[in-house]
Design a protein around this ligand. Structure first.
Ligand SMILES: NC(=O)c1ccc[n+]([C@@H]2O[C@H](COP(=O)([O-])OP(=O)(O)OC[C@H]3O[C@@H](n4cnc5c(N)ncnc54)[C@H](OP(=O)(O)O)[C@@H]3O)[C@@H](O)[C@H]2O)c1
Length: 216
């Protein structure tokens, strides 16, 4: 399988690239800087340089052509409203459009649980971030592609456990990034799971079984 990862220099994107290459998949992705591209090249991953906040669908189409799936794991993580709008909102919509035009059928968005951080009395920029994330999930869910929206709980850097809780609704808790990457890889390899919004937490079910249980 050939997978293009937007946000491949990020924590989840990098772990996903590792998971997929370990399975024999061909992985590429978008980075913002040339040194990131060079670092990935040393791992035999060919990346392209660009800023997803400003790239047009026309510019993205040739990058995505020939891939089986696009994973969008880039995010502002709650920066200024303008950056959130560009990266967590418009960037996703333009990538979705470009994927369709490039003939890529599978589009996986790494999103967030809408109620994440509600108890923390977030500032306006973070409130805006969660509102944009939710609206972007809506836009993806209206696509004709074989889309998936994965909403992980709060990401932590503990080692993965290989066990998760995955379903249409999960409480907001924590999940190791390694388990998110493993779940994404498993979902990408299961074409029968499509057009679903799935929430993901640390849990007790082995990842492959948790994913298989979502086939319908
Ligand atoms: N933090 C949480 O607890 C949490 C919880 C649930 C879901 N999420 C979602 O999970 C996603 C992945 O998390 P993570 O830990 O992997 O985040 P991360 O390490 O901050 O990675 C974010 C990625 O987005 C890229 N990016 C940001 N702006 C970009 C732009 N304008 N053009 C191109 N690339 C850009 C970053 O590139 P650079 O390397 O150049 O910065 C990086 O590769 C987040 O984006 C968020 O949507 C986060």
């Amino acid at each position: 399988m050939k997978v293009f990862v937007i946000g491949i220099s990020g924590a989840v994107g990098g772990l996903l690239a590792e998971e997929l290459t370990g399975r024999g998949d061909v992985v590429s992705g978008l980075v913002r800087r040339d040194d990131q591209r060079a670092a990935l090249a040393s791992r035999h991953i060919e990346a392209r340089v660009g800023d997803i906040g400003v790239m047009t669908a026309d510019q993205l189409v040739p990058l995505l052509s020939g891939f089986d799936a696009v994973v969008y794991s880039a995010g502002s993580n709650g920066g200024s409203r303008a950056v959130t709008d560009a990266v967590d909102g418009e960037g996703v919509v333009r990538t979705l459009e470009a994927a369709g035009r490039a003939g890529v059928t599978r589009f996986v968005l790494v999103s967030v649980l809408p109620e994440a951080g509600r108890e923390l009395h977030l500032d306006d920029d973070h409130e805006h971030y969660f509102a944009v994330k939710k609206l972007t999930d809506v836009a993806v869910s209206l696509s004709d592609l074989d889309w998936l929206v994965l909403r992980p709980s709060m990401l932590v850097d503990r080692p993965g456990t290989g066990r998760v809780a995955l379903g249409p609704a999960q409480p907001h808790d924590e999940i190791p990034r390694e388990d998110v990457a493993a779940t994404l890889a498993e979902l990408l390899h299961e074409p029968r799971i499509r057009r679903q919004v799935l929430e993901l937490n640390a849990g007790e079910t082995p990842t492959a079984l948790a994913v298989r249980a979502r086939i319908r």
